[in-house]
Design a protein around this ligand. Structure first.
Ligand SMILES: Nc1ncnc2c1ncn2[C@@H]1O[C@H](COP(=O)(O)OP(=O)(O)OP(=O)(O)O)[C@@H](O)[C@H]1O
Length: 258
């Protein structure tokens, strides 16, 4: 196999406060190959978000090693694009200005910037809203902007922390399909966190199952379902078998342990 895009080796995280120390992540090791859509599932509080923050370089691990393209992660950087569950757009900037934010900072020439941003706005049905401000958008639209803002920067890896968790069921399905479409065109390496097993099986090439706190890696499940994947894929026996297997690993709860 080729060199891993992202490599975690015995990653450990303790939260220390004056009163106590909480062991949140205990010795997690795995590799994500380039171009893979990797999904982490696990029960609430198992450290999924914390792990993503460590990879993003937004918090510091207590032990172990995290490498992107063989280089050690020791802080945030433009090689990692992050999409959070809550809406994190700049409220004072328009949709276009939000999406091109990183490109402006990197001094990408205006014509090139416009080409990249227009491509993403068109692909996600946001072209007519390019002059709108975040407060004028629905939750699903804001998350679309957040996703293409991260992609426009052309990061080495896209880190997504329950990006559809706050959306209603129908918008969530629309957003999953949109993400799959954009991803299939770019094949960017993705690490996506969710507690929703259906979402994990629908999106992933591979699912990393974590145990309850302290978070440990419990299993790695390959998802060999054909792409492109439509919402109906969830009705196929192969899909249901994979889902059941992951449910079993999480303790049999249909909602992933919540
Ligand atoms: N700043 C902090 N100080 C102390 N403990 C923390 C802190 N942040 C998180 N924790 C604890 O670390 C554990 C992991 O939290 P984390 O948010 O990463 O889990 P998660 O799997 O993403 O949960 P969820 O699915 O509910 O979002 C939890 O038990 C949480 O209570």
């Amino acid at each position: 196999m080729s060199q891993a895009k992202l490599s975690l080796d015995q990653v450990r995280l303790e939260y220390r406060t004056a009163e106590k120390t909480v062991l949140a992540i205990d010795g997690v090791s795995f590799d994500v190959p380039e171009n893979q859509f990797a999904v982490i599932v696990g029960p609430s509080g198992c450290g999924k978000s914390s792990l993503l923050y460590l990879i993003a370089g937004l918090s510091e691990r207590t032990g172990g090693d995290i490498r992107l393209d063989g280089r050690e992660v020791d802080g945030p950087g433009p090689d990692r694009g992050m999409v959070f569950q809550s809406y994190t757009l700049f409220p004072w900037l328009t949709v276009r200005q939000n999406v091109e934010f990183g490109l402006v900072r990197r001094k990408v020439p205006a014509a090139e910037r416009e080409r990249i941003v227009d491509g993403y706005l068109n692909a996600t049905g946001l072209a007519q809203f390019h002059d709108s401000y975040p407060k004028e958008l629905s939750g699903g639209m804001m998350q679309r902007v957040a996703i293409i803002r991260a992609l426009a920067n052309d990061p080495e890896i896209l880190l997504m922390d329950e990006p559809f968790g706050a959306l209603d069921a129908q918008t969530r399905i629309t957003m999953q399909q949109l993400l799959l479409k954009v991803w299939e065109a770019s094949r960017k390496t993705v690490l996506f966190v969710t507690h929703d097993i259906d979402e994990a099986v629908l999106l992933a090439d591979r699912v990393y199952v974590m145990s309850a706190r302290p978070g440990r890696l419990k299993a790695v499940i390959d998802i060999p379902l054909a792409r492109p994947r439509h919402p109906d894929a969830a009705l196929e026996p192969e899909f249901l078998a994979l889902k059941r297997r992951i449910q079993g690993l999480l303790g049999g709860h249909g909602d992933g342990g919540h």
